[in-house]
Design a protein around this ligand. Structure first.
Ligand SMILES: *Cc1c(COP(=O)(O)O)cnc(C)c1O
Length: 444
């Protein structure tokens, strides 16, 4: 391998003619040719493929190339693509109608299924995206506390609502600077940030500014896979209690992935409010937020905090979530977890054989890796991983039929459809990919 031209490396193995045609036309119709930015492959370069279909652990692009998929629609597909139980549930429900804007029994059923696993969600409200859930949680926390400031962590993503598009300072709290034009400074300044796992900074901020909420991803997935250090989440609970802030777990990604009962089960800490999404819709647009009855009854119509949605609790979306959570028993969850551990162990062994700096870990069916020798505990450290190597590895993997997230700063996922055969095949293909990616380092 002497060429360092990534798209060439890729095209040598996979014909992508149709994908390229569709993307060229899409770029005239959508900004960047996509309807969500990360899909444009900006983080890795090269041309995105256009997907045609998926089943189980696999997807096929419009040129009929096959990939074992570890993105899984960015997390929701914990049973894999197009699972029969979900397709049947959708067919069943669809014959009675697709939307009413009137209560249906399905909403109650899904809420009860969620509450069995997350009993601290005494009451909840369904919405249609994680962005909506996080945005609503912020409004509610501000209303409950009568305070305006929020504290979030660098590298944590809470959707694209104005209050969360705030850039971080370097390890120290800074007044927020908007990450995106269009976010008013006046609003961004109400969102403070500090490094993940920096309890001292949290303590300092929470004691100098009255915070409405401290929000976090209980395991970070949106800055790469980063776990809290022991004591961090417990410390946040203590600081929130001592300073009158609400503690919010954004479990849009971690919910029903890192543990059967989510972060509360995994860490033994109960948040005041929780945002959910992704898995609870099983691939349909569903998210939710919830907490104690006392807090949730502040939401309209029982309380004054307004939040509404035409398609909230949509019956097809509820059916997708119900079928998914119904199939995701503790036994199934434990099975996916065991296979995730197996994959991660295989990757570590492979990297050490190739002499590549590498850190991989997982919790439940959520996993991730950095090309780096030291443990990554925050986003600044994540940014010092070898992202050039990641890009080469991503393209070499993709050319060999393994689809990883097209960014060094995203978590990966497993599904119930990823069995022993898929893991063995993945490790074999990634072994070859790692060989190519590292030999490019030497020649390039
Ligand atoms: C995906 C995600 C969101 C946003 O959810 P959307 O459905 O994309 O709006 C919010 N928070 C976290 C932690 C996420 O992973």
């Amino acid at each position: 391998m002497t060429s360092t031209s990534l798209p060439d490396t890729m095209d040598a193995l996979y014909d992508t003619t149709r994908s390229q045609e569709i993307m060229a036309r899409s770029r005239t119709r959508f900004p960047g040719g996509v309807n969500s930015p990360v899909r444009a492959f900006g983080g890795v370069g090269g041309e995105p493929f256009v997907v045609a279909r998926g089943k189980g652990a696999r997807i096929w692009d419009v040129d009929d190339n096959e990939y074992i998929d570890y993105v899984l629609s960015w997390g929701p597909l914990v049973l894999g693509h197009a699972p029969d139980v979900v397709l049947e549930a959708l067919r069943d429900v669809m014959q009675y109608g697709t939307s009413f804007g009137i209560p249906t029994g399905l909403e109650l059923e899904l809420a009860e299924k969620i509450a069995v696993r997350m009993p601290h969600l005494e009451m909840m409200r369904f919405v249609s995206s994680g962005t909506e859930a996080a945005m609503s949680v912020a409004r509610l926390a501000r209303a409950v506390t009568g305070r305006d400031h929020l504290l979030k962590f660098e590298g944590c993503y809470h959707g694209h609502a104005d209050s969360f598009l705030v850039k971080a300072g370097s390890g120290v709290a800074t007044l927020g600077l908007p990450n995106s034009p269009g976010v008013p400074d006046a609003l961004a300044q109400l969102t403070l940030t500090c490094a993940y796992n920096d309890l001292e900074a949290v303590e300092r901020i929470a004691r100098s500014v009255p915070l409405a909420a401290i929000l976090l991803e209980p395991i970070v997935g949106n800055g790469g896979y980063i776990e809290p250090v022991p004591g961090f989440i417990e410390g946040l609970r203590r600081i929130a209690d001592e300073t009158g802030a609400l503690l919010v777990f954004d479990e849009v990604m971690t919910g029903f992935r890192i543990a059967y009962g989510g972060a509360r089960e995994r860490f033994g800490v109960t948040p005041d409010l929780t945002a959910l999404g992704k898995v609870i819709g099983g691939g349909l647009p569903v998210a939710a937020y919830g907490g104690s009855r006392a807090i949730m009854e502040r939401i309209a119509p029982t309380g004054p905090v307004y939040q509404a949605g035409t398609l909230s609790g949509n019956p097809l979306a509820m059916a997708g979530g119900l079928a998914t959570l119904g199939a995701l028993t503790r036994e199934v969850h434990d099975g996916i977890t065991a296979r995730t551990a197996q994959l991660v162990a295989g990757l570590r062994e492979m990297a050490s054989r190739h002499g590549v700096p590498f850190r991989a870990s997982h919790s439940g069916s959520m996993w991730g890796f950095f090309f780096k020798d030291e443990l990554v505990t925050n986003f600044d450290e994540a940014k010092t991983s070898d992202t050039a190597l990641f890009k080469r590895f991503f393209h070499a993997a993709r050319a060999r039929g393994v689809y990883l997230a097209p960014s060094a700063f995203e978590a990966a996922f497993m599904s119930a459809a990823h069995g022993e055969a898929e893991i063995a095949s993945t490790l074999e293909r990634l072994d070859a990919a790692m060989g190519v990616a590292t030999s490019n380092t030497l020649s390039g």
